[in-house]
Design a binder for this molecule. Structure first.
Ligand code: RRO
Length: 293
């Protein structure tokens, strides 16, 4: 059980709730918000719009940049009780290489996620929509680190399975999907785009059926691990993604509603898995049975 990158701020959660967050951490591995080489302010507000079944975000990658991340955020993220995945995005091959080399040499980092699928950049370019571009990103970075590389796929591609296969052939250890789908909302009064960035990325239950189909299709196109996400809110949803071929799952938008959603969904999934295998989930015998032994 992972978090979707950018949907759970572990540093802010610890500041707000204290070390209880570490004692009952909701994920088995933590994925950082995507970082870029240079610091970024992010997109102008408003950055969020609530849809009937999800969110549209136009956050625009606000972050401290590589140096700021390594000096300020990494020491705090290294205190989390689970392995750390750092998500990176380059605006050029050179930037991507610097990011992977810089993050890859740190012992605190277990894996690197290449975010080739952010919908909210000024250029509108999504590197991961094209199999050849995604493959080039992996080929370029694969020799720079021994850490596993996860490629975060966009659903805004005509054939995500072709992008996944290209990433696998280039040496990626895993793919994660889906990132958000492009979307838009208009201001109720002015009728111009609501989000400061114009358009945004749709997430939450609204995208779950799309995500499930893409996970199913990608899992049949590659042998590397698939990390599935997109609108997962319950253990049953998580079980569906695993049935579709995901080897791990991530919770994103649901964590905004319930910061402990990762734990709840994992618990629900464990009950479903156990009951499907015909195992009782009760680890301790009933009180009467205990008295007799
Ligand atoms: O920061 C964002 O606006 C953002 C990113 Br990096 C991403 O990968 N997906 C998304 O929906 N928003």
């Amino acid at each position: 059980m992972l978090n979707g990158s950018g949907t759970f701020d572990a540093i802010a959660a610890r500041r707000t709730f204290g070390d209880e967050v570490l004692e009952r951490f909701p994920f088995d591995a933590f994925v950082s918000k995507t970082i870029t080489l240079a610091p970024r302010q992010g997109n102008p507000p408003p950055r969020l719009w609530e849809t009937p079944a999800g969110l549209i975000n136009s956050i625009g990658l606000p972050n401290k940049g590589l140096e700021g991340f390594l000096s300020t955020d990494l020491p705090e993220l290294a205190e989390l009780p689970v392995p750390l995945v750092v998500s990176v995005m380059g605006f050029s091959h050179d930037e991507l290489a610097q990011l992977v080399a810089g993050v890859g040499e740190r012992d605190e980092v277990a894996m690197i996620e290449l975010n080739v699928s952010c919908p909210n950049v000024e250029t509108g370019l999504v590197m991961g929509a094209d199999p050849a571009e995604a493959a080039r990103a992996v080929e370029l970075t694969r020799p720079l680190t021994e850490k596993p590389l996860i490629v975060k796929l966009t659903p805004n591609a005509s054939e995500p399975q072709a992008v996944a296969a290209a990433a696998e052939a280039a040496g990626a250890e895993a793919v994660s999907l889906i990132n958000t789908l492009k979307g838009m909302a208009l201001h109720p009064r002015t009728r111009s785009p609501w989000l400061g960035g114009g358009s945004g990325g749709v997430s939450g239950p609204a995208v779950r059926a799309i995500a499930l189909e893409q996970v199913y299709t990608v899992a049949r196109a590659v042998e590397i691990a698939v990390i599935g996400m997109g609108g997962i809110q319950t253990g049953r949803h998580a079980a569906d993604f695993i049935e579709a071929g995901a080897r791990a799952i991530a919770v994103g938008t649901e964590s905004f509603r319930d910061p402990a959603a990762g734990t709840r969904i994992a618990d629900e999934l464990a009950v479903i898995s156990a009951s499907e295998r015909g195992i009782s989930e009760s680890p301790t015998p009933p009180a009467g049975a205990r008295a007799q032994t």
